[in-house]
Design a protein around this ligand. Structure first.
Ligand code: GTP
Ligand code: MG
Length: 293
């Protein structure tokens, strides 16, 4: 007999860049699924993370931070945001408690006015400013936002309470996915994302935004995984910086990726990297297709 009290549904996580959307997803899944960094515009794709509980399965969609697109890749990222909230049960509007409302917050809220899904607001990073006047912040939200939560995704404060609220918006439904599944994205994709995260962590300014990662080979042996990847950059000068003196830069990326991926896959992982200059790849449709847009 099927369990008629089981809940399953879809939740989109939407907000301007750098508010902690991916950090939130990782915290509730208890796994590092979506890459994060202190720089805005880290997430480029819709990352689907599946939370499996005894009583429910919730599919969260982490999205790129909302910005006005300046080049082809950013308009693809914005399309991803628009698509993400079409058929969901709930939208989590996530913002940063220390920086609200900005123009981008208001643009996101304006965009969400078109959505018929339930919407709740999440003010993240309260650890940075625990004493602020919450009523003032809530007062700036449109009336269709049904409730507000003040959380810290790094300390975990109030995240359980938020989770309880989310569950109330999830309809009675059988699970959409297998109940041991964490995501619908292939492992190759996570390998490329972890390498991209290493680049976000190790380089300043424009390099992370000029970089794309293409997995060329992904070999699973019984005792280890071997991954060969290309890093695309816009300019030869960036290639010199990324490789570093005596290959030092590339070595750091490789080691970071190997540690993270070994943990994720539960097997030793060996990563080999090549750097290639592909001028203007962010503006070219054919290049964007190659990296999955
Ligand atoms: N102090 C504090 N920092 C946080 C909190 N949540 C996230 N951060 C930090 O904020 C930065 C951005 O976090 P991400 O999760 O990458 O943000 P995002 O919204 O996914 O960013 P984009 O993908 O660029 O849109 C990281 O340095 C996080 O460690 C929090 O509750 N408190
Ligand atoms: Mg993100």
């Amino acid at each position: 007999m099927t369990d008629t009290s089981f809940r399953s549904g879809w939740v989109a996580i939407i907000g301007k860049p750098n508010t902690g959307k991916s950090t939130f997803l990782n915290r509730i899944l208890g796994e590092k699924l979506s890459i994060t960094s202190a720089k805005p515009q880290t997430t480029r794709y819709a990352i689907k993370g599946i939370l499996n509980r005894e009583d429910a399965q919730i599919i969260f969609i982490d999205t790129p931070g909302f910005l006005k697109p300046r080049y082809e890749m950013q308009s693809r990222m914005l399309d991803i945001v628009h698509d993400s909230f079409k058929d969901v049960d709930l939208v989590l509007f996530i913002t940063d408690v220390t920086d609200f409302p900005t123009d981008y917050d208001n643009e996101v809220l304006h965009m969400l006015a078109k959505s018929s899904a339930h919407q709740i607001a999440v003010f993240n990073k309260i650890d940075l400013n625990p004493d602020l006047d919450r009523e003032v912040l809530i007062g700036q939200l449109p009336s269709r936002i049904e409730e507000s939560h003040f959380v810290s995704c790094t300390t975990g404060e109030n995240v359980d309470e938020l989770m309880q609220s989310i569950l109330r918006y999830i309809p009675l439904h059988e699970p959409y996915y297998e109940q041991d599944q964490l995501s619908d994205l292939p492992v190759r994709f996570f390998a490329s994302e972890v390498i991209r995260e290493a680049i976000f962590h190790h380089y300043q300014q424009e390099i992370p935004y000029s970089a794309a990662v293409i997995i060329e080979r992904f070999h699973e042996y019984p005792d280890q995984v071997v991954i060969e990847a290309q890093i695309w950059l816009d300019r030869p000068s960036q290639k010199v910086i990324v490789i570093g003196k005596k290959g030092e830069g590339l070595r750091r990326i490789r080691e970071y990726a190997q540690v993270q991926l070994s943990e994720f896959l539960g097997l030793p992982v060996r990563v080999q990297l090549w750097v290639k200059v592909v001028p203007n790849w962010r503006k070219k449709k054919s290049n964007l297709r190659e990296i999955g847009f």
